[in-house]
Structures are given as C-alpha cells and as structure tokens.
Design a protein around this ligand. Structure first.
Ligand SMILES: NC(=O)c1ccc[n+]([C@@H]2O[C@H](COP(=O)([O-])OP(=O)(O)OC[C@H]3O[C@@H](n4cnc5c(N)ncnc54)[C@H](OP(=O)(O)O)[C@@H]3O)[C@@H](O)[C@H]2O)c1
Length: 315
C-alpha cells in the first residue's frame, strides 16, 4: 500500500506521520496518479498549525496541494483541461489535496502535461507558486516598460514572480538576503537587501521610480516600503499581509477571507506556465529534496521562512 502523510493532530511537524493506506479506485472524471514528487509550501504547515482553526472534525488530515507523477488508472469520462488523459501520461496535479503521498486520486481537470524540460521535483513545484505569481502580476497590471518591486524574490512565489515579470518585459527590483543576490540576477532582477534602509536602496536601484510592488512575504517593511514608493495603491498586492491590505487599500490575493482568490486567472495560468517552462523561459529552482518519510524535516525547513525557491518530497 502506498505511503500517505497524515497530520494526526494540530501542532508542529511532530504531529506528522506516514501511514500506508489503500488508494481508492478513480470515479467518474477522476484519475489515479503514481506520485514521483510533491511540492512543499508554507500553507501545508498552516493547515495543521492552528492558523486556520482547530476543527477536530478535520483530523486526521491529509496534506500537500501539488504533485507530479504518472497516470495509472482512469475513471469514466476523465478529461483534463487541455484534452483527454491517458494511462502512462506524465502529469502535474494541481490543486491536488493530499499530494504528500505515493498515490493520489484527483479530478482529471486538475492535471496538465508535465513539461519534459522539468524533472519530477521541479514539475511538482511549478504550479502553486507559479499560479500565485501569475495572479499577482495580472492583478497589478505589470507590463513591458514597468518597474516592479518584488519583496522576497528568492522564495517559492518570489522566484516565479521575478522570472514572469522579467518575461513580460518589466524591470524587476527584488529583495533577498545577500547570499541570494546572484540567483536573483540570474533570474532577471536587480537584487537589493531587505531590512532598514530598504526604501533608499530601491530608489538607488530604480531612479525613475517604481510602478508596482508585490509583497510575497507579509512583512510590515514590505508593505510600508511599497506604500512609500508606489503612488497607485491598486498596483500594490500582498499574498500574506491580509490585515495590512484591509487597512491600506492595497490588493489582497489568495484564499483568505476578504482576499481575491483569482480562481479563473490562476486556472488559466496553468497551461501558460507549462508552456513557458517547456520553452525554457521559466525555471523551477528546487533547493532541497527530502524523502517522503522525512516530511517533518521538510516542513521544519519551509517554516524557517528562509529557503530558496522550492522544496520537494520524493515518495
Ligand atoms: N495568498 C496566496 O495565494 C499565497 C500563495 C502562496 C503562498 N502564500 C504565502 O506567501 C508567503 C510566501 O510563500 P513562499 O512559498 O514564497 O514562501 P517561502 O519560499 O518560504 O519564502 C521564503 C523567502 O522569503 C524571504 N524572506 C524571509 N524574510 C524576508 C523579509 N523580511 N523580507 C523579504 N524577504 C524575506 C527569504 O529570503 P532569504 O532566504 O534571503 O531571507 C526566502 O527567499 C507564505 O506566507 C505563504 O503562505 C500565499
């Protein structure tokens, strides 16, 4: 029986266990996928940390939202968003609740083809952060000729946003600690260090001004500097500082109450992200992989808030 990651209680990574459980047969419109890698995201930890409440009815809880693997079985009428799905197809599954597992049954509508240019770990990490970054750029109207400030440019969402903004022809200023600056340059950004004095460093890097800003970390500094440098508040977005967004009128994006989920924008982003990755125009930076049995260590790593690009779990 394939392994499955379970949060047996609310708490820290110590509540995680790996069990072997049978996988159900796929029903109508569903596919079964043998998972080769799953992407790790901060939200995976928030699910059982209590950040979203502690409803005992949600336990035991399966975790993970994105994976890459091979279709093994199909239910009737299993059609993906870009056409029929077949056994043997190499796919990315997103959104795929329960993706931290060896096998998964998902709606075929959650499957898109895996780009050959990406390995399994990279493919597993393409879509959650990629669709989030895409939504941020659409919501703030980032286009060729703009200068955009991206806070936390070397993180999971940040590394996607930097590349996608540069691909649109924008000039990109991105924040990270100095050890990540060479990576930011490679991805197409002018790097600046976050911390005291940030606004002045951004002004030096962008003397003609900043048109839009993305807060991809939720730090007060990121919101404050964005408000200081960007005149039009509709061109500032946050994916993590929801309270600050409500108080200041900047855009709040994502699944939190009051935020714009951008469901259609994010769904439409999936084939675009696959295409850009296939064409070599979008890299997925995987800085660490962990065996599925070390899921607690992977979650401890992402919870530091200082990992680079993506982390993947390998069943
Ligand atoms: N609303 C949504 O739809 C949505 C979607 C995805 C994620 N999120 C949320 O967005 C946040 C980021 O997600 P993620 O996957 O990108 O996380 P992540 O990969 O863990 O982000 C880590 C990055 O944050 C940087 N960082 C840490 N402290 C910083 C600071 N004070 N200022 C600037 N950068 C800083 C780190 O840079 P250094 O290593 O250089 O310190 C690191 O590169 C999380 O809270 C996540 O839950 C929301």
């Amino acid at each position: 029986m394939p392994p499955v990651v379970i949060a047996a209680d609310y708490g820290g990574p110590e509540v995680l266990t790996v069990r072997n459980e049978p996988t159900p047969e796929p029903g109508p419109g569903q596919a079964r996928v043998a998972i080769k890698a799953s992407g790790v995201n901060p939200v995976d930890c928030k699910m059982y940390s209590g950040a979203f409440g502690r409803d005992p009815g949600r336990l035991p809880m399966r975790l993970g939202l994105e994976a890459a693997g091979i279709v093994t079985h199909l239910g009737p009428d299993a059609v993906g968003p870009v056409g029929p799905v077949h056994a043997g197809d190499e796919v990315i599954a997103f959104r795929a609740p329960g993706a931290h597992a060896g096998e998964l049954v998902v709606p075929a509508q959650s499957l898109v083809p895996k780009p050959e240019a990406l390995d399994w770990a990279q493919a597993a990490g393409l879509l959650l952060t990629g669709a989030t970054a895409w939504h941020c750029l659409v919501a703030t109207g980032v286009a060729s000729g703009d200068t955009v400030l991206i806070h936390a440019g070397s993180g999971g969402v940040g590394a996607m946003a930097v590349q996608l903004a540069a691909d649109r022809g924008a000039s990109v200023i991105a924040t990270a600690s100095p050890a990540r600056h060479e990576l930011l340059r490679e991805l197409g950004a002018i790097p600046v260090e976050y911390g005291p004095g940030l606004a002045d460093r951004v002004r030096s890097a962008a003397p003609a001004g900043v048109d839009a800003a993305l807060d991809l970390i939720g730090a007060d500094e990121a919101v404050d500097v964005s408000l200081e440098l960007v005149a039009d508040r509709t061109r500032i977005a946050t994916i993590a500082a929801m309270g600050r967004a409500a108080a200041t009128g900047i855009r709040a994006l994502g699944g939190a109450p009051g935020a714009d989920p951008g469901t259609e924008i994010r769904a439409a982003a999936r084939p675009e992200l696959v295409r850009l990755a296939s064409e070599g125009r979008l890299r997925v930076i995987v800085s660490q992989t962990f065996p599925l049995t070390s899921v607690a260590d992977a979650h401890r790593a992402i919870m530091t808030g200082h990992t680079t690009g993506k982390i993947a779990l390998i069943p």
